[in-house]
Design a protein around this ligand. Structure first.
Ligand SMILES: NC(=O)c1ccc[n+]([C@@H]2O[C@H](COP(=O)([O-])OP(=O)(O)OC[C@H]3O[C@@H](n4cnc5c(N)ncnc54)[C@H](O)[C@@H]3O)[C@@H](O)[C@H]2O)c1
Length: 271
């Protein structure tokens, strides 16, 4: 049901790879709520073609950009501004990838070139997207910029590997740039820390099914699905959240503040 929460707003949505992606669901909801936006993803993700179907459904275009390339981001913003007919009110950074995770390197045997790649793709690209936005003065006042995080940024989840540091960096960048952009232009910057979600990035993490089920049993509301995350993102882009900034917002069914649940106690009764 549309409340037109994003009527008249323009923006950029990164990271829609397939219909499971958090960004894919966000695009559909943002469209439903009246937003105009451009979709973007790494050129390599474009080959899979699915994003063009999404663009059709959202009545928009796709502009390829590697989020680690400042030049690509500049080109993306310039072309998107022309297509949308003005500056942006929101940017979604929904990007994450670790070559170490993908290639099964353990935390005690990391390839450091890949560590740099993990940080660059999953965190520094967030800074790059904001720095380019600031330099091009492409955000409207009271705009909203969001990244997506995971609780392994703050607590140890051994399987999360070098992505844990990448997410810690992402959350720190949100605070630092949030301060700067708030002062400069009243733009807010936050991260949403999402439950484990069955997407390409999510299921690529070792032992995903176990920790998906574990956190589902721990959370009083159960794991938050991607669709609900998309709704939260839309709310954070709307004018209803103008004074929320520099926060890491847990969207996890209550998981982050649960010490233990009856479900888990039951499983350990006889140990
Ligand atoms: N799935 C989960 O369990 C989970 C939980 C918490 C947070 N997150 C985060 O949510 C975000 C979205 O991931 P998702 O779960 O929807 O998975 P996804 O695999 O659908 O999306 C990840 C996206 O990152 C894009 N990407 C990778 N390298 C890029 C680059 N160099 N330039 C531009 N784009 C690039 C991919 O093409 C893909 O579209 C990520 O930041 C992820 O870490 C996911």
């Amino acid at each position: 049901m549309s409340e037109n929460l994003l009527r008249g707003k323009r923006g950029i949505i990164t990271g829609a790879l397939d219909e499971n992606s958090i960004a894919w669901k966000t695009a559909l909801k943002a469209k439903e709520q009246g937003a105009k936006f451009v979709l973007t993803n790494a050129p390599i993700a474009m080959r899979m073609g699915a994003i063009q179907d999404l663009a059709k459904q959202c009545d928009t275009i796709v502009i390829p950009a590697d989020a680690t390339s400042v030049e690509d981001i500049e080109k993306l913003y310039a072309e998107a501004k022309e297509y949308l007919g003005g500056n942006f009110d929101f940017i979604l950074h929904s990007i994450g990838m670790s070559p170490n995770v993908r290639k099964g390197r353990e935390y005690g045997d990391l390839n450091y070139d890949w560590v740099h790649k993990s940080y660059d793709i999953s965190a520094i690209s967030f800074h790059k997207m904001m720095q380019v936005a600031e330099k091009m003065d492409i955000m409207n006042e009271w705009g909203s910029i969001l990244g997506l995080s995971y609780i392994a940024a703050q607590r140890v989840y051994p399987f999360y590997n070098d992505m844990a540091e990448a997410k810690a960096l992402l959350e720190s960048i949100a605070r630092s740039y949030g301060y700067r952009y708030g002062k400069l232009k009243k733009v807010r910057v936050n991260t949403i820390s999402q439950s484990p979600t069955k997407t390409t990035a999510g299921t690529g993490i070792g032992g995903f099914d176990s920790f998906f089920n574990f956190s589902d049993s721990m959370s009083p509301l159960g794991n938050a699905p991607a669709d609900a995350c998309a709704s939260y993102i839309v709310m954070m882009f709307s004018d209803l959240t103008r004074y929320v900034t520099m926060q890491n917002l847990f969207h996890d069914g209550g998981y982050s503040f649960t010490g233990i649940s009856e479900d888990i106690i039951e499983q350990f009764k006889d140990k």
